[in-house]
Design a binder for this molecule. Structure first.
Ligand SMILES: [Zn+2]
Length: 243
């Protein structure tokens, strides 16, 4: 079995995702590995998840409440310490100054060494579902918050009066299939990842979806990444040094 190169330890990890369920789908096994290794992993979920359903008659608030509860349950399965919901409207995100500022506030508050977020680039070689516009916006706004906003004492100076001092994130990991250069062995963590994903019950409540479909699909995808990495199952990232 191949060895993971330079096994680094991370004390504080912040996951910044667009929707409830993105962390588990994107890199649930990695979150489990980080918490197993003793990291304090926290989530920031940017939108209210109110567009993640098939039934237009369900009120937004009702769907949001369900999805927040599902997200908390999934986070518990993976050992995540805290989940913060920013409540931006699902489907409406752009990487603008209010979004950058909101994410900067969270980075300065939680002070992570490592940030995991969406890749800010449209992926043309895989299905269009991999490039949800909210994901692109969160990826871009988070990278802008990592550099320069969170570390720049002159950015959003009102944050200083909230006691939020500048903070330099050391690394960012972006789940991007084609350019991945850092792989996490997910082989022993797949059951936990799938258990976490299945907490998002509202997302699988579709008459044409067989009960075992999500687990099958998740394993297929992780196997594909595993083939590149030399593991049975893996999750892959582009790792950016940002210190
Ligand atoms: Zn999403």
């Amino acid at each position: 079995m191949p060895e993971e190169k330079e096994e680094r330890k991370y004390e504080r990890v912040l996951v910044v995702s667009a929707h409830p369920d993105d962390p588990e789908f994107g890199f649930g096994a990695t979150v489990a590995k980080l918490t197993n290794d003793g990291a304090d992993v926290r989530y920031v979920i940017v939108t209210d998840g109110s567009q993640g359903g098939e039934d237009p008659s369900v009120p937004d608030e009702e769907l949001t409440a369900t999805r927040y509860e599902e997200q908390r349950a999934a986070a518990r399965v993976l050992g995540v310490t805290d989940v913060v919901f920013l409540g931006f409207k699902d489907g409406h995100l752009v990487a603008d100054i209010p979004l950058r500022k909101a994410i900067t506030r969270e980075i300065r508050h939680h002070r992570p060494d490592l940030v995991l977020t969406h890749a800010p680039v449209r992926m043309l070689g895989v299905g269009i579902g991999a490039s949800h516009p909210d994901h692109l916006a969160v990826g871009e706004a988070t990278l802008c918050a990592v550099y320069p906003d969170a570390r720049n004492p002159r950015a959003y100076r009102e944050l200083l009066s909230e006691g939020l001092e500048p903070h330099k994130v050391k690394e960012v990991w972006l789940p991007i299939f084609g350019e991945a250069d850092h792989f996490i062995d997910a082989t022993l963590l797949m059951d936990r990842k799938i258990e976490a994903i299945l907490q998002h019950k509202s997302q699988f409540d579709k008459p044409d979806m067989p009960a075992d479909a999500p687990a099958k699909w998740i394993r297929e995808r992780a196997k594909l990444v595993g083939e590149k990495a030399g593991f049975e199952y893996a999750e892959g990232f582009k790792r950016l040094e940002t210190a």
